[in-house]
Design a protein around this ligand. Structure first.
Ligand code: 13P
Ligand code: SF4
Length: 326
C-alpha cells in the first residue's frame, strides 16, 4: 500500500524480513549498498561497504554495479554521482544534508573568490560540501587525507580552505601551512567541549581519547589521537587499552562494538542533553532504503556542466591520496 510517498508495506514488516528483501532487491537491480560509519545499525548491517568519506569515494569509483544505494548524506551521494555519471545513485532521504555543506553556498564562495581575486586562491574543499562548491575548488580532501592534500598544494599559492574551520585549523597545525579558513562548523562535533571531555576522563582515567578533527581546538588538545572515522576504527583495534573514549557522532559505536567486541567504547559526552547523533545521517532508515531501491528514487541528478567541473578536483584527490591513506 502506498500513500503520500510512504510505503506502508515496508513499515509493517519486521526489520529482519525487510533487510532480506532489500538484499534480494539489491541483487535484482545489480546495486551496491554503500553506508557511512554514522548510519543506523540496520543500514550498516546490510551494506556491502561501511566506511569514512574517503573509503566510500574509492568504493564508488571502483564499483561495476548499475545502481548505487548510498546510505549517507547528500554530499556523499552527490560525490558518487559526480564520478559515476552513467550510474543511478539513490539516496534514501533527499533531505539528509550537512551543516558544513550548508555553511558554504556556492554563490557565496563564488562571490568571495571574485572579491579576493588578487589572492589568486588555490581552493581546497573538504568533501562535506555541495557539487557547486566542488566545481569551484582546485582539489577536494577528506578528514582521512587532508594533510597529504594540503602538503601537495603549490607552495607559491595562497590557500583558501572551505568549509570547516576546525578541520582546516587542525591541518594547519599538522602541516605548518598557512591557510585562510571558511567559517563553517559541524553542528554535532562542536557540541563536545573541554569540560565534557575532562569530566569523562576523570571517570575513565586510563581510557585514551580519540576525537574527530571537526571538534574544536580545546577538544583536540585533550585527545590522544585525532583522525577520520576510519582511522578511529584502526586506532581502536590497535590500541592495547580495554576502554576507549570516542569523540564523534554516535553511529560509529555500532561498527566499533561489532568489529572489536572485547573492548568497551565510551561515547564522548556533551555539556547538555545533546545525544551526539547527526540528525541528517539519522534521516536514512531501513524502510526508506528499501522504498528508495524499490522505486528507484530519490535519485541524485546534476547539471552536466557542474558535474564535469566538480569531477576534476575529486579525481585529483583520489590520485593524490590513493587508498592506503584512508
Ligand atoms: P569521515 O570522513 O571521517 O567519516 O567524516 C565524515 C563526517 O561527516 C564527519 O562528520
Ligand atoms: Fe555534516 Fe556534521 Fe552530520 Fe558529518 S556529522 S554529516 S559534518 S552535520
Amino acid at each position: 500500500m502506498v500513500s503520500a510517498g510512504i510505503n506502508f508495506d515496508s513499515l509493517s514488516r519486521p526489520a529482519v524480513d525487510l533487510a532480506e528483501e532489500l538484499l534480494e532487491l539489491k541483487r535484482d537491480r545489480n546495486a551496491v549498498i554503500l553506508a557511512h560509519n554514522y548510519q543506523v545499525p540496520e543500514l550498516q548491517d546490510v551494506a556491502d561497504f561501511v566506511g569514512d568519506s574517503l573509503g566510500l569515494s574509492y568504493q564508488a569509483a571502483k564499483t561495476d554495479a548499475d545502481v548505487i544505494l548510498f546510505c549517507g548524506v547528500h554530499f556523499m551521494a552527490e560525490t558518487a554521482k559526480i564520478i559515476n555519471p552513467t550510474k543511478r545513485v539513490i539516496l534514501p532521504d533527499l533531505d539528509a544534508g550537512c551543516s558544513l555543506s550548508e555553511s558554504c553556498p556556492p554563490e557565496k564562495l563564488a562571490q568571495f573568490l571574485e572579491e579576493h581575486a588578487d589572492k589568486n586562491y588555490y581552493v581546497i574543499a573538504y568533501i562535506n560540501c555541495s557539487a557547486g562548491v566542488k566545481a569551484l575548488a582546485d582539489v577536494i580532501c577528506t578528514s582521512g587525507n587532508a594533510d597529504k592534500i594540503v602538503r601537495a598544494a603549490p607552495a607559491h599559492r595562497n590557500i583558501l580552505f572551505v568549509p570547516d574551520q576546525n578541520l582546516g585549523a587542525w591541518v594547519m597545525e599538522r602541516t605548518g601551512r598557512k591557510m585562510d579558513l571558511w567559517r563553517g562548523t559541524c553542528y554535532v562535533h562542536v557540541e563536545f567541549t573541554a569540560r565534557s571531555i575532562n569530566r569523562i576522563r576523570q571517570e575513565y582515567p586510563d581510557a585514551p581519547v580519540v576525537a574527530h578533527p571537526e571538534c574544536t581546538y580545546a577538544v583536540r588538545m585533550l585527545a590522544d589521537e585525532v583522525c577520520s572515522t576510519e582511522k578511529m576504527v584502526t586506532f581502536c583495534k590497535e590500541s592495547p587499552a580495554p576502554e576507549i573514549i570516542v569523540v564523534t557522532e554516535a553511529g560509529l559505536l555500532h561498527r566499533l562494538r561489532k568489529e572489536i567486541p572485547h573492548k568497551t567504547f565510551i561515547p564522548g559526552p556533551t555539556d547538555n542533553c545533546f545525544c551526539g547523533e547527526c540528525r541528517f545521517m539519522k534521516m536514512n532508515t531501513l524502510e526508506k532504503a528499501y522504498d528508495a531501491l524499490s522505486n528507484m528514487e530519490p535519485e541524485i541528478t546534476l547539471p552536466e556542466s557542474v558535474r564535469k567541473r566538480a569531477e576534476i578536483p575529486i579525481l585529483r584527490m583520489l590520485e593524490l591520496s590513493k587508498q592506503s591513506s584512508s
